[in-house]
Design a protein around this ligand. Structure first.
Ligand SMILES: [Zn+2]
Length: 246
């Protein structure tokens, strides 16, 4: 009661008391856990490590490993702060959009994929699309996006085959934590205070972590096949996502 009294004394003239109260609550909120609902889609030719192709098993080994990796790293060792990523829908997308491939992915196809996600599962927090192709035309193997459909914020990730962890010619390639990295971008993009930067940013590339701290999950590149690190400050930052702060 006493705090409320103080707050009411602090109202600026001309501003809505309700708005000010909401802002103050947000800034003082210490969010300890969050749940992000993922709708997962895949296209024919995406390597899912499931059984017959198609149809593919929604419990695909690749999806299971990558989501497990994300859940294991976006939490403090003692579990006092944690973000849970829960896949609640799997969907075979080829009936809707054909010839999707990372190497030739056009703006039109990107828009079509995003719209499909929003149409099929509008209440998901984030969509994850697994598509064929070893990488995008700029060399990236996975990408995170924030876009809009009719003023609604749409968050989605596209994973190419090149992102997946495997051994080729006796070399480790890809990383099970690539999805966890992209989910980090989604958490930063959806920051409640509009601060999209990593707490220790990589210079002007502020959405990534300082590249000097090699091996950190949010560095611009992940080391193939190695388990990355993540600092508590980054987990705290992730917990500021609008999906967890109300
Ligand atoms: Zn990145």
């Amino acid at each position: 009661m006493y705090d409320e009294l103080n707050l009411s004394n602090d109202y600026d003239m001309g501003e809505s008391p309700l708005l000010i109260l909401k802002d103050i609550q947000k800034e003082s909120l210490d969010v300890r856990s969050g749940l992000l609902i993922l709708a997962v889609f895949w296209f024919h030719g995406a390597v899912m490590e499931g059984p017959a192709d198609p149809p593919q098993d929604p419990t695909s080994a690749r999806i299971a490993r990558e989501i497990k990796a994300a859940n294991s790293i976006w939490r403090t060792p003692d579990g006092s702060r944690k973000i849970e990523f829960r896949p609640i829908r799997y969907y075979d997308a080829d009936f809707e959009i054909v010839n999707v491939d990372a190497e030739t992915l056009s703006e039109e196809k990107t828009e079509a994929i995003m719209s499909l996600g929003n149409k099929v599962y509008p209440s998901a927090d984030c969509f994850v699309f697994y598509i064929p192709g070893e990488n995008f035309s700029n060399g990236a193997v996975a990408k995170a996006y924030k876009r809009y459909i009719n003023n609604k914020e749409i968050y989605f990730i596209i994973m190419s085959n090149g992102a997946r962890a495997r051994i080729e010619d006796r070399w480790k390639k890809g990383n099970d934590y690539a999805l966890a990295h992209e989910l980090g971008h989604i958490l930063y993009y959806s920051n409640s205070f509009g601060n999209n930067s990593d707490p220790d940013p990589n210079g002007a590339d502020s959405g990534h972590h300082n590249a000097g701290d090699k091996g950190n999950l949010m560095c611009p590149t992940l080391v193939a096949g190695e388990i990355p690190t993540l600092k508590e400050e980054q987990i705290k930052k992730g917990l500021e996502s609008k999906f967890f702060v109300s």
